[in-house]
Design a protein around this ligand. Structure first.
Ligand code: SF4
Length: 880
């Protein structure tokens, strides 16, 4: 087969991908050198896409009540239950909860059915958790959800300010573009983040602010801008193109810089250094992400940033502007079609009667929703209290990703009718479904996505759909038809959905709205198939260089942003602030990235990053287990002791679910406090208590088959090498270790075991061989098991016949130190931390040196920031 051009399904960078199927069923993945988002680059996740296509655990057929059903039966039931519920309880008694993972065509179909035909706006998306505050901030300032900048601006800026954005891990290809620009241009970089993240490896200045204090920081900047010798250009921009500056300046001046220093935890020297740099640098881009958005003051944070760009006139010109980078591959597409409960469609407003008339006339719909629907947190509360009685969840996992996640699970248990469309058969959400509908996965589906710089790209199918899986838009259209709306949902292809959507953006537009894809509304199927990445508006990379905002008077709005601290404060019971976020090589709830051993090699367990002094005070040891509690839940996480954390703050990743861990669902801890404007929940400032978990034993099992977890209180399962790995810890040690090892291994009874047991020290080790082949191993100890995981998992499945070698494996120690890799840093070439440190001891001094010596960092580049950190820490610790 020939190479197919498509788009990465992970983050909002929207990298172009070349997928080439091999004759042996493999898939070669490369970055598309012609795609303007990545120019051939891919990060570790994108590079490993070919390893995530296995069909194990795919949902292949519709199911009703856990039993296989035909599509007709399942769709008839969904339509019937939604119709009956609406007749009995009204249109607001039903809801859709969709996802930034679905394609624009899917989103359009769902939004049209709910808002134009059911007549409710109860459709929300997991993008609510990601960037709803940016949408709200844009609308308040610009009059529309318009992203004014583009990726080129990152490379053309002289100063890039990163706020609440770990770009190195969450948008790695943009980070690489910034890194490259910095090398050639000398771009100054300021990182504003409570944690010292991997992104700080290229920062000139890291401002480790107290959680949730971005507004005073940027209000202080606005005051500094106002107090600086006003530049004519900026003054002219304010006077000509904005309103509301006086109020915003007055509010900003309300907090003296000394109070800002106290509130943010920054020194006056740090504050002044940042303010002076910003004021003096004309070409400044401010990139912000979840650290800004996921806050009970998220919209104010966004507007505090935008205010500074309006006050300097730095918007829409090369290398200048505020830039919200989106987390999900099609968060932007969802915004465009109106996938949020408070938007209509095509960047039109639900609360604008003229917009409602335009959309309704285009859709020829019997009704049109005329008030915002329930936003995600309220939506699931309405499910829980019975106001919503029928819910369709599409391509997302709210039982893990929503705050108060256990309450969400309880709400789904109580809901009379739950439909879940997904690719995976077993997620923490599918178990609550009355009806399961098999969806198409990446590589099977066909449509468009929009990235963070308004660039529409095609996702193309290159592999057949498994069994009966069908497109999400098709599922929506079929249900619409069965509810009596078939005439307006008679699409036969993604192309037909797309051109209808493009037509809506142009309908009665006449330049009044930012989003106009009119020139794509008439493309035929062949042109749609061949569509190259296209940025809107056509032929224009940026917005607002000469004003012309989308408010009624075409002027931008300054928004006064008085400081509000996070919704919940720490207290004696919950003295730590929990920040949640992503890790480099996992995505969302791991339904795709969890399938590959390569991506699991970097970080294989849910963890808690704790500042060193805090850890000592709490009695936490590195690699021990921490129990984290809040008023809403409790989790068990592996302890990572760190200097990169503020005292009093802890960090945990959001990815782990009940499929991969015993108690790793961190969103069970989070309260559903939301921003009053955007409805986005505060996911980065939750008061928690942390204590050591009193583990009496720790275990490590590797196996060719999926190991059991043996009832351990703590366990985390991951792919490893050609098999699996389970880390565990428990309170009560098994009576018979050998029986325990056999029960865990999952490799049958026909294997021979070689074991070592030292009862007084609690050491137990056991290896299972099928002939000469190592098929499983189990290690237990009273302390965290000290075995090189990458070395051990590399041995799995290999022949080990010599008694001496078997003794080495049983000892859990590589024969020579060179075989020890330590935790994997470079997943592309399987290079571990210990190997990199060894290369530094051998004389390497730069990331390039390390790459030449070990190959680490020479493929996708996602690990280069970690290599840089290792260089800094190792060379400082052991000077040459
Ligand atoms: Fe995919 Fe990585 Fe590109 Fe994001 S940066 S789109 S995850 S390859």
């Amino acid at each position: 087969m020939s190479t197919i051009r498509t788009t990465c399904p992970y983050c909002g960078v929207g990298c172009g991908v070349l997928a080439t199927p091999g004759t042996d069923g493999s898939m070669t993945i490369k970055g598309d050198p012609d795609h303007p988002a990545n120019f051939g680059r891919l990060c570790s996740k994108g590079s490993a896409l070919g390893e995530t296509l296995a069909l194990d655990d795919r949902l292949r057929h519709p199911e009703i009540g856990g039993t296989r059903a035909t599509w007709d039966t399942a769709l008839d039931l969904v339509a019937k239950r939604f119709r009956e519920t609406i007749i009995a309880h009204g249109p607001d008694s039903v809801a859709f909860y969709v996802s930034g993972q679905i394609l624009t065509e899917d989103y359009y179909a769902a939004n049209k059915l709910m808002k134009g035909f059911i007549g409710s706006a109860n459709i929300d998306t997991n993008s609510r958790l990601c960037m709803a505050s940016s949408v709200a901030g844009h609308v308040r300032a610009f009059g529309a959800d318009t992203v004014p900048v583009c990726y080129d601006d990152i490379e053309q800026a002289d100063l890039v300010v990163l706020v609440g954005s770990n770009l190195a891990w969450c948008h790695p290809v943009l980070f690489q573009r910034l890194e490259a620009a910095r090398e050639t241009r000398g771009t100054k970089i300021v990182v504003i983040d409570p944690r010292e993240t991997a992104t700080c490896s290229i920062a000139d200045l890291h401002l480790a602010i107290a959680p949730g204090t971005d507004v005073p920081l940027f209000n202080g900047l606005l005051a500094a801008i106002a107090g600086a010798k006003t530049k004519t250009k900026a003054r002219k921009f304010i006077d000509t193109h904005t309103t509301g500056s006086a109020d915003a300046f007055q509010t900003a001046r309300g907090m003296p810089i000394e109070t800002i220093a106290e509130t943010t935890g920054l020194s006056l020297v740090e504050l002044r250094a940042f303010y002076e740099l910003f004021v003096a640098t004309e070409r400044t881009v401010t990139i912000y992400s979840q650290g800004v958005n996921q806050s009970s003051a998220g919209t104010d944070k966004v507007n505090a940033i935008i205010n500074c760009h309006l006050a300097t006139g730095r918007i829409g010109t090369p290398g200048a502007g505020p830039f919200s980078v989106t987390g999900q591959p099609n968060a932007m597409g969802g915004r465009e079609v109106g996938g949020l409960a408070n938007m209509l469609a095509a960047h039109m407003s639900l609360t604008d009667a003229e917009h409602r008339r335009i959309v309704q006339s285009y859709w020829r719909s019997p009704v049109i929703a005329d008030k915002p629907g329930l936003k995600a947190v309220d939506l699931f509360r309405a499910v829980g209290d019975g106001r919503i009685k029928a819910l369709w969840i599409m391509a997302t996992n709210p039982v893990d990703s929503m705050p108060e996640a256990d309450t969400v699970a309880a709400a789904l248990t109580a809901c009379p009718f739950v439909v879940v469309s997904d690719v995976a058969r077993h997620t923490d959400t599918t178990k609550y479904a009355h009806v399961l509908l098999p969806a198409l996965g990446w590589g099977e589906k066909d449509g468009t996505v929009t990235n963070s710089e308004r660039r529409i790209s095609r996702q193309r199918a290159f592999t057949p759909a498994p069994a009966e899986a069908r497109a999400d838009w098709w599922q929506m259209a079929e249900v619409a038809g069965r509810m009596g709306f078939g005439k307006e949902f008679g699409w036969t292809s993604a192309h037909e959905v797309f051109v209808e959507y493009a037509g809506l953006t142009a309908h009665e537009n006449n330049g009044r709205r930012d989003l106009d894809l009119g020139d794509l509304a008439t493309i035929d199927s062949a042109a749609y198939d061949a569509l190259q990445p296209v940025q809107w508006p056509r032929g224009q990379q940026r917005f607002f260089a000469v004003g012309d905002f989308f408010t009624p008077d075409r002027k931008a709005r300054f928004v006064a942003t008085p400081y509000r601290p996070p919704a919940l404060a720490t207290d004696d019971t919950y003295p730590f602030v929990l920040n949640t976020g992503r890790v480099r090589d996992q995505w969302h709830t791991m339904t795709r990235t969890g399938k590959t051993a390569r991506l699991s090699a970097h970080i294989a367990e849910p963890f808690l990053e704790v500042q060193r002094d805090d850890a000592a005070r709490l009695g936490l040891v590195a690699a021990g287990i921490a129990q984290v509690t809040s008023r809403h839940g409790q989790v068990l996480l592996r302890v990572v002791v760190s200097e990169r954390q503020r005292r009093g703050s802890v960090f945990a990743p959001l990815h782990w679910t009940d499929q991969f861990s015993s108690q790793g669902r961190v969103d069970t801890l989070i309260a559903g406090n939301v921003d009053p404007v955007s409805g986005q929940p505060e996911l980065k400032a939750m008061p928690v208590a942390v204590a050591p978990f009193a583990a009496q034993w720790y275990g490590l099992a590797v196996s060719l088959g999926m190991p059991e977890t043996g009832g351990a209180a703590y366990w985390a399962r991951s792919r490893a090498g050609v098999g699996w790995k389970v880390e565990m810890a428990g309170v009560e040690a098994p009576v018979d270790w050998q029986a325990h090892a056999r029960a865990l291994a999952g490799v049958g009874d026909e294997v021979s075991w070689i074991s070592y047991h030292d009862a007084p020290t609690g050491q137990f080790r056991s290896c299972a061989y099928d002939g000469d082949r190592l098929v499983a191993a189990f290690f237990a100890a009273r302390q965290p098991v000290a075995v090189d995981r990458s070395w051990l998992t590399a041995l799995l499945g290999s022949n080990i016949s010599e008694a001496v070698e078997r003794g080495v494996v049983l000892a859990g120690r590589a024969k020579v130190s060179a075989q020890n890799k330590g935790p994997i840093v470079c997943v592309c070439f399987d290079v571990g931390r210990d190997q990199i440190v060894e290369s530094l001891r051998g004389g390497c001094r730069t990331v390039v040196d390390v790459g030449t010596s070990t190959t680490a960092g020479t493929n996708c580049g996602s690990c280069r920031s970690e290599i840089k950190r290792l260089i800094d820490s190792t060379l400082v610790a052991t000077p040459a």
